[in-house]
Ligand binder design. Structure first.
Ligand code: HEM
Length: 185
C-alpha cells in the first residue's frame, strides 16, 4: 500500500513545489507534444519498445495521447488519493501489457530529461528551482508506477504459495538480517 504522505515527506515535496508545478501546467499544455516527440525519437531506436508497441497494437499516435494525458495528470496534480489511484492504474496497465519495469524507469528518465531541456530552452528566470520541483514530480510518478510491479509480483507469489503476507515479510526480514551478518568485514 502506497503511503503518499511518507513519499511526499521523503521527496521533500512542499507547498513551493506544488506552486511551481501548477505554474508549469501551461508549459506542458503548450509544449507537451514537443517533449513527447523528443522522447519518441529516442524510444523508436529501441527494438524492444518498438516490438511491444507493435504487438500490443498501440500506434504511436495513441501512445502520444496517453503520454500527454499522463503529463497533464502530473502537472495538475493535487497530490491526493485520486492522483495515486490514476498513477497506480497506469502502472498496472504496463504490468498487464508485459512492459518491463526497467523500460518504464528508462522512459520516465527520458521524459524528465526532455522536459528539463524544454524548460532550459525557455530561459525561465527561476529554472533551477523549477527543475528541482520537476525532478521531485517525476520521481513521485516513478515510485507509484513501479509499486504496481512490486505489488503484482508479491501478490502472485503469495497466491501461488498460499503464504500469508505478514509471514512472508517476516521471512524476508530474517533472510536480509542473515545476509548482513554473513557479510565479510
Ligand atoms: C513513463 C513511462 C510511461 C507512461 C507514463 C505511460 C503511460 C501510459 C498511459 C497513460 C496509458 C493508458 C492507460 C490506460 O489505458 O488507462 C498507457 C498504455 C500503454 N502503454 Fe504506456 N506509458 C509509459 C511507457 C510505455 C512504454 C515505453 C511502452 C512500450 C514499450 C508502453 C506501452 C503501453 C501499452 C502496451 C499500453 C496499453 C495500451 C492498450 O492496451 O490500450 N508504455 N501508457
Amino acid at each position: 500500500m502506497i503511503d503518499l504522505e511518507e513519499i511526499l515527506k521523503n521527496l521533500e515535496i512542499d507547498e513551493k513545489d506544488r506552486e511551481n508545478i501548477r505554474m508549469l501546467l501551461p508549459v506542458i499544455q503548450n509544449y507537451g507534444y514537443e517533449i513527447i516527440d523528443e522522447v519518441v525519437k529516442v524510444l523508436s531506436k529501441d527494438p524492444e519498445v518498438v516490438k511491444i508497441l507493435q504487438e500490443d497494437n498501440l500506434p504511436v499516435s495513441k501512445a502520444r495521447d496517453a503520454w500527454f494525458y499522463w503529463l497533464k495528470t502530473l502537472f495538475s496534480s493535487e497530490f491526493d488519493k485520486e492522483f495515486v489511484r490514476k498513477l497506480s492504474h497506469i502502472g498496472q496497465v504496463h504490468v498487464d501489457a508485459n512492459v518491463k519495469e526497467s523500460i518504464v524507469i528508462q522512459t520516465t528518465s527520458l521524459f524528465l530529461m526532455k522536459t528539463l531541456d524544454k524548460l532550459l530552452s525557455l530561459e525561465l528566470d527561476n529554472f533551477t528551482e523549477l527543475s528541482k520541483s520537476v525532478i521531485k514530480l517525476f520521481s513521485l510518478s516513478l515510485v507509484i508506477m513501479v509499486n504496481s510491479y512490486r505489488k503484482e509480483l508479491i501478490g502472485s507469489f503469495l497466491e501461488f504459495t498460499g503464504l500469508k503476507e505478514d509471514l512472508f515479510n517476516r521471512e524476508i526480514k530474517m533472510q536480509r538480517k542473515k545476509r548482513r551478518e554473513e557479510k565479510p568485514g
